[in-house]
Design a protein around this ligand. Structure first.
Ligand code: ACM
Length: 499
């Protein structure tokens, strides 16, 4: 497809001039953004980005201005200097009292106002979608860089809009994680949950237990014996910084008391009999458990939580807790009653899969609902992130012909990922937000990640951001987004439902 388009473009000057000269192409409608903005009023003259346009921002918003300049310079070829004051022909970022952000387009200026830099960054993501898709090309393009006049007043429905990436079943490199952050942040996703340990591997350096990564992150520690590797603390800090520069908060997850085979291979004292189990590269679940009655277990858990909390500027630390089928119910409860308070001891809000709600200590925790039942009544916790597996799991196949992915929660075409609402599961007051998990049993590289994530991630992002949903509108808007992914080389799935 891409080659044909390129040939056509080359052929064009030899045949006829385009019917509409590029400079007169209509501006993109302000209502075409994904996720859908709250209030849109299109009116007045368009703004035209030129080689004299400047980006105006106070010193405090310099990071957002730099992100904007980075996004617009390659395809325009313009300098787009970032300045503290300018009179006209400017994109102006300013701190004001707008909840969310407010984007105003007139002939002489585009103004984005917000209370904080995260809001300004959201406004910048909206602006990027209002420029022609050629803006996402990596090299200078000939295009009319116009933005329709009017105003968008926008704010998120939920504070938490997450994505999860599983680094344990197959490791993904820091560069791959950064590329994923680049793409998800465009849809105003603001949390990235990293699943850092499982039966097959351990993917983050822990100084007090070095064999976790020396053994659990060695080559071959992944499904089918492929996909080893781990993040050093320097890698991890760099990722946290990269994400924060894009207003994404990283949430680390260490899964326990189940999903711990890799840790037990590295440290046999984490089993009850002191014997190391064999390494596992298959995809079975539910067979491993920490030894609940043993003090070594809690020394290990506290060391890991302490070191991870020190790497984590964000509020949440995820302790897994799912599928602990090899732990008795009483042991599970005893474990969570000790471990949930440890997360708080190191200054973080405990976060776990919905199973942790069995423990009274989960009352101050955030639950991540991953089951498929259409309603859920938390017993102890009061805040829930919705990730129902049959809607939000990006690793489920789209349909039976999808090469990658699994199907234990069914097939999830784009419309299935879009057509649900958090409040049918739990009451609105209990919803912290939504998250789209991507498990990596079948995924090796960034192409695989992108194919499963897009366009479904955008559907989940819209559920988290926009109070009104409309499939037909989403279908049209996400279809119009396709050239942006093409221009960035993103390997998205071309759903027959989207057209
Ligand atoms: C899960 O999918 N086991 C949380």
């Amino acid at each position: 497809m891409r080659i044909v388009a390129a040939l056509l473009a080359l052929a064009l000057p030899l045949t006829a001039a385009p019917a509409v000269p590029a400079a007169e192409a209509p501006a993109i409608a302000l209502s075409s953004v994904v996720p859908a903005p709250l209030e849109v009023r299109q009116q007045g003259a368009t703004f035209r980005l030129t080689d004299r346009t400047v980006i105006e921002a106070p010193r405090s918003a310099r990071n957002v201005a730099n992100r904007l300049a980075e996004a617009l310079r390659p395809a325009t070829g313009y300098r787009l200097p970032v300045v503290e004051r300018a009179r006209t022909n400017k994109i102006s970022l300013r701190t004001d009292e707008s909840p969310g952000y407010r984007l105003t387009v007139t002939k002489s200026a585009i103004t984005i106002g917000a209370r904080d830099n995260a809001g300004l960054f959201d406004g910048v993501q909206t602006l990027r979608q209002l420029l022609p898709p050629a803006i996402d090309a990596a090299t200078p393009q000939r295009a009319a860089w116009v933005v329709a006049g009017g105003e968008i007043a926008d704010r998120p429905r939920y504070a938490y809009r997450g994505a999860m990436l599983d680094l344990a079943r197959h490791f993904h490199t820091p560069d791959e994680v950064k590329r994923y952050i680049d793409e998800i942040s465009r849809f105003k996703i603001n949390y990235l949950h990293l699943h850092l340990s499982d039966d097959q591997g351990w993917r983050v350096q822990i100084d007090s237990w070095p064999r976790l990564t020396a053994v659990g992150g060695a080559p071959g520690t992944g499904v089918d014996g492929t996909g080893g590797g781990f993040l050093t603390k320097a890698d991890y800090r760099d990722l946290v910084r990269y994400a924060a520069d894009r207003y994404v908060t990283i949430i680390p997850e260490i899964d326990m008391p189940g999903h711990v085979n890799a840790a037990q291979v590295a440290y046999p004292e984490l089993t009850c009999d002191g014997v190391a189990p064999p390494p596992r590269t298959d995809t079975a679940v539910g067979y491993s458990s920490l030894c609940i009655g043993q003090e070594t277990t809690y020394r290990f858990v506290e060391d890991v939580i302490r070191e991870l909390a020190a790497l984590t500027p964000g509020p949440y630390l995820h302790i897994g807790g799912d599928e602990a089928h090899a732990t008795t119910e009483a042991d599970y409860l005893a474990f969570q009653q000790r471990v949930l308070p440890l997360v708080a001891k190191y200054g973080k809000t405990p976060y776990g899969w919905n199973e942790i709600d069995q423990a009274p200590a989960a009352k101050d925790a955030v639950l991540q609902y991953w089951n498929q039942k259409p309603t859920f009544t938390p017993v102890h916790a009061s805040k829930v992130v919705l990730s129902p597996a049959n809607r939000a799991y990006l690793d489920m196949k789209y349909d039976p012909s999808t090469r990658l992915g699994l199907n234990w929660a069914g097939y999830i075409e784009v419309r299935t990922a879009y057509d649900w609402d958090p409040t049918t599961y739990v009451p609105e007051r209990a919803v912290l937000g939504v998250e789209a998990p991507l498990w990596s049993e079948t995924l090796r590289d960034l192409d695989d990640i992108e194919f499963m994530a897009f366009p479904r991630l955008a559907a989940i992002a819209e559920i988290g951001w926009s109070p009104r949903k409309d499939w037909e509108s989403f279908r049209t808007r996400i279809h119009a987004y396709y050239p942006r992914w093409e221009n960035r080389g993103v390997n998205f799935y071309r759903s027959p439902q989207v057209g």
